[in-house]
Design a protein around this ligand. Structure first.
Ligand code: NAD
Ligand code: UFG
Length: 343
């Protein structure tokens, strides 16, 4: 019988691509999402372009009764826990929301898993748990010093999961630290659909390129980098999705000792500056994209880049997509869906 994976937050940007990749790899998928930052259309589109259709259950990860009902009615082999809030600025303004959804939501989920004997979990964490890195590329065991409540919630859940995995009967888990996920499925049918003004570089540039916004602001041109703009390790969301399938296989095939948690970076290992991303986008769309220099954005680090050795050694995973493909695929999604999934 096929294995069934529960994807909390599976209707969101990254979750929809993971759901697609899981279905195409022969898994059954149950998506559990409260749709607070996503559209049910993402699930319908995944069903249209994949080898199967996920089961969709609308619900909140803080709702123990809903999770217990889910585990009682579906035989779940492993969980990918993506559900949560992710806006760094909002986490500074409303930290209690972030501790509630991200931390309390996770403990509610872990309790339900313990109760129902579900033993494998992949957790969506973030490179942001490191704060400003002291050395590059960033390794999994480098010091963690988050600089926002969002980053703190991710680090807390990492710690809770590590402790729970040590004692849960038959448990093994994996923490995946994403660098900067961008791009979209090459079909242009699913992608990132930010509400309001995008905070992140790729969706913002996409909207300038589409004429929805006037001008890109380049936040900081005096960083200690070759061109003075900040460097990030952008990773195509399809590479990220493939990494999750590898992680699930790794856990389900019991290649990891019981009662352990591994932490694995998912990045390309190759950074790109804001100026380089701007140029790559201009090439992808074949036109100029208006931009102007602006002061640094508070809290931004000059340079993030993953050490990808552990992902390769442990999971046999390496990113494949180039920066040009990330821009092309993001642009295709933007062109086909100028208003995202719409209302
Ligand atoms: P997203 O907002 O598109 O997806 C998150 C999903 O979780 C949404 O569909 C939302 O409706 C759902 N959700 C939120 N609160 C919920 C709740 N209480 N109960 C049930 N569902 C809930 O974000 P994403 O970019 O796809 O991120 C997915 C995960 O990856 C998040 O945990 C995020 O913190 C993490 N992550 C994202 C990035 C990034 O840059 N996008 C980087 C590092 C880590
Ligand atoms: N930037 C601009 N102009 C914009 C938007 C961003 O110049 O309009 C710059 C930022 O200042 C930064 C770079 O582009 O130097 C990347 O910024 P993003 O907002 O796209 O991404 P961040 O690296 O700040 O953060 C992202 C996610 C976090 C996650 C982190 C992990 O938003 O949730 O990656 O590395 F934790």
């Amino acid at each position: 019988m096929g294995k069934t994976i529960l994807a909390t937050g599976g209707a969101g940007f990254i979750g929809s691509h993971i759901t697609l990749e899981l279905l195409n790899s022969g898994y059954d998928v149950v998506v559990f999402d409260n749709l607070s930052n996503s559209s049910p259309k993402s699930i319908a589109r995944v069903a249209r372009i994949s080898n199967g259709a996920p089961v969709f259950i609308k619900g909140d990860v803080r709702d123990a009764a809903a999770l217990n009902a889910l585990f009682a009615s579906h035989e779940i082999d492993a969980v990918i826990h993506l559900a949560g809030l992710k806006a760094v600025g909002e986490s500074v303004a409303h930290p209690q929301r972030y501790y509630d959804v991200n931390v309390a939501g996770s403990t509610t989920l872990f309790n339900a898993m313990l109760h129902h004997g579900v033993k494998h979990l992949v957790f969506s964490s973030s490179a942001t748990v490191h704060g400003a890195p002291k050395t590059l590329p960033m390794r999994e065991n480098d010091p963690t010093r988050p600089v926002s409540p969002y980053g703190s919630t991710k680090l807390m859940v990492e710690q809770i999961l590590t402790d729970v995995s040590k004692v849960g009967a038959g448990w093994s888990s994996m923490i995946l630290r994403y660098f900067n996920p961008v791009g979209a499925h090459p079909s242009g049918q699913i992608g990132e659909d930010p509400l309001g003004t995008p905070d992140n570089l790729f969706p913002f540039i996409a909207q300038v390129a589409a004429g929805r916004r006037e001008c890109l602001q380049i936040f900081g041109t005096d960083y200690p980098t070759p061109d003075g703009t900040a460097i990030r390790d952008y990773i195509h969301v399809m590479d990220l999705a493939r990494g999750h399938v590898k992680a699930i296989k790794h856990l389900l095939e019991q290649r990891q000792p019981v009662n352990t948690t591994e932490v694995v970076n998912l990045g390309t290992g190759k950074g790109a500056s804001v100026a380089e991303v701007h140029r790559a986008w201009e090439q992808a769309i074949g036109a100029d994209i208006p931009a102007r220099n602006a002061p640094r954005r508070p809290g931004d680090a000059p340079h993030y880049c993953a050490d990808t050795g552990k992902a390769k050694a442990l999971l046999g995973w390496q990113a494949r997509y180039t920066l040009a493909q990330m821009c092309q695929d993001h642009w295709r999604w933007q062109q086909i869906n100028p208003e995202g999934y719409g209302t």
